[in-house]
Design a protein around this ligand. Structure first.
Ligand SMILES: *Cc1c(COP(=O)(O)O)cnc(C)c1O
Length: 418
C-alpha cells in the first residue's frame, strides 16, 4: 500500500464503476470535499428542480400544486424511494421533520409500547452512548423529564459495555449506528437481538449510515429508525429527515405530536385526532416543500447504483486514506480513532492531533475540506458517489505538507461552526 503512487490512484479511478456518477454533482473546481458526512454535495439536477418548484409549482400553479405536483404525497413518495437504501419495505418510511423531532416521536412511541409490557414498571432505563450525537441524548432527556415517569438514561462509554447495560431494566436502546466522531459501526443485528431477548426495544439513528453503509433494518428486526437526508443522501442544507416504522409496529405507533398530517382524514377537519393507518401517522404538519423536493435529486443518483458497490468503494477509500496518512504523516502525532476493522467502520476516517482544529483550518485554506469535532478530532468523510481515489492521494499530500511545514495557526479564533 505504501508503494502506491498517484498514478496508481488515477488508475483506480479509471476502473471505478461509480466514477461516472461524479459528473452528476456540482463540485467547485480545486476543492477536495471530504465533508459529505456533514453536508452532502449538490446534485446538479437540484438546480433545475428548484427552479421548477419555485417558478412553476409555487409561482404559477400555487395551491393547485398540493395535488397537481404531488406535494401532499411527497413525504411518502420520497420515503419509498429511500426505503431500498436501508432495507425498508414499501410504505414503511416517510421523509419529514428533522432527525431530532423524529427521534422524539420514535422514543415516545417506543416508551408507549413498553407501557403495555407486563413488567414495564421495572423497565426504567434508556441505554445509549455518552459519545452519541448530543441531540439524540438531549431529545431523550427532554422527553423523559417531561413524562416524569422515572425513566433514566444509562450512558455507556464503550460498545463493549452494551451487553451488560442492556438488561431486564431496559425499556429502550437508542443508538446511532455509525458514530459521528469515531466512525465506529455497531452490529445492528446482534445488538437488536440482545435487546429483544432482554425485552427492550431498539431505535437506530442512521444519520451516518443512510447512503454510506449497507443497512437492512428488516433483516435486523429493528424496531424504529430515523436519519438525515442532508448528509450522505445529498438532500440539501437542512433537508427534512426520515423515520422508519416497520409494518409490525405501525398499528400501535402513537406519539404526542399528533398533528393534522397524521390524521386518518386530514381534510374532514374533525375536532378530534384519530391517527391514520400506516406510516403517515409518523407525520405531524405541513412540510417545507421547496427543501423536501430537493431530496429526490440525491435519491435519483443512488437509484443508478447499489449500496453494495457504494460500500465496497467506501471501504477502499477509507483504507487508502488511513494507509497513506499513517505511511506519510506517521512521524507526526496523528492517532487513528476510526476502527481499522472494516466490519466496524462507517464511511469516514478520524484522526486526533493536538492541534486538530488549526490543522483542519489550514487544510480548508488549501482546498481540502474536512471538519473538526471535540476533542482534537479531525474528521474526514468519504462519499463514494463523488470522491475519487486521486482526491485521497492529494488530500494526504496536502496534509503531510501542512504538518511537515507546521503551516497551521495554533491560536486561531474558532468559527461558530467547526
Ligand atoms: C447529524 C445528526 C443529527 C442531526 O439532527 P438534526 O435534527 O438534523 O439537527 C442527529 N443525530 C445524529 C446522530 C447526527 O449525526
Amino acid at each position: 500500500m505504501t508503494t502506491l503512487t498517484r498514478q496508481d490512484c488515477i488508475a483506480l479511478d479509471q476502473h471505478d464503476k461509480l466514477a461516472p456518477l461524479r459528473e452528476q454533482f456540482s463540485l467547485p473546481d480545486g476543492m477536495i470535499y471530504l465533508d459529505g458526512n456533514s453536508l452532502g454535495a449538490q446534485p446538479k439536477a437540484a438546480q433545475q428542480r428548484a427552479q421548477d418548484v419555485i417558478q412553476q409549482e409555487w409561482g404559477t400553479d400555487l395551491i393547485k400544486s398540493w395535488n397537481k405536483a404531488g406535494w401532499f404525497d411527497l413525504p411518502s413518495r420520497l420515503g419509498n424511494l429511500l426505503a431500498p437504501l436501508i432495507g425498508a419495505k414499501e410504505n414503511e418510511v416517510v421523509v419529514t421533520d428533522s432527525t431530532s423531532i423524529n427521534l422524539f416521536k420514535a422514543i415516545a412511541a417506543a416508551l408507549d409500547i413498553q407501557v403495555n409490557n407486563p413488567e414495564h414498571t421495572k423497565r426504567r432505563t434508556i441505554v445509549t452512548e455518552r459519545s452519541n450525537f448530543p441531540t439524540d441524548i438531549y431529545m431523550a432527556e427532554g422527553l423523559t423529564r417531561w413524562l416524569d415517569r422515572g425513566y433514566r438514561l444509562h450512558l455507556v462509554d464503550s460498545p463493549e459495555e452494551l451487553s451488560t447495560a442492556i438488561n431486564q431494566e431496559t425499556a429502550l436502546v437508542m443508538l446511532t449506528h455509525v458514530n459521528y466522531r469515531s466512525g465506529y459501526l455497531h452490529d445492528m443485528q446482534a445488538i437488536t437481538a440482545h435487546a429483544h431477548a432482554q425485552g427492550a426495544l431498539c431505535i437506530w439513528d442512521l444519520a451516518h449510515s443512510a447512503g454510506a453503509v449497507e443497512v437492512d433494518l428488516n433483516a435486523a428486526h429493528a424496531d424504529f429508525a430515523v436519519g438525515c437526508c442532508y448528509k450522505y443522501l445529498n438532500g440539501g442544507p437542512g433537508a427534512p429527515a426520515f423515520i422508519w416504522v416497520p409494518q409490525r409496529h405501525q398499528a400501535h405507533f402513537n406519539h404526542p405530536l399528533s398533528g393534522w398530517w397524521g390524521h386518518a382524514t386530514p381534510f374532514s377537519m374533525a375536532p378530534s385526532f384519530e391517527a391514520t393507518k400506516g406510516i403517515r401517522r409518523a407525520l405531524c404538519g405541513t412540510q417545507p416543500i421547496v427543501s423536501l423536493a430537493m431530496i429526490e435529486c440525491g435519491l435519483a443518483i443512488f437509484a443508478q447504483t447499489s449500496m453494495a458497490d457504494i460500500r465496497l468503494k467506501s471501504l477502499a477509500l477509507t483504507d487508502l486514506f488511513i494507509a497513506l496518512a499513517e505511511g506519510r504523516c506517521g512521524h507526526h502525532p496523528l492517532k487513528l480513532v476510526t476502527p481499522r476493522n472494516q466490519q466496524q467502520r462507517g464511511s469516514q476516517a478520524s484522526f486526533t492531533h493536538p492541534h486538530g482544529y488549526a490543522v483542519v483550518q489550514a487544510l480548508i485554506e488549501r482546498g481540502v475540506v474536512g471538519d473538526y469535532r471535540e476533542p482534537e478530532i479531525m474528521r474526514f468523510g468519504f462519499t463514494p458517489l463523488y470522491t475519487r481515489f486521486v482526491d485521497v492521494w492529494d488530500a494526504v499530500e496536502i496534509l503531510r505538507d501542512i504538518l511537515d511545514q507546521q503551516s497551521y495557526q495554533v491560536d486561531l479564533q474558532r468559527n461558530a461552526v467547526t
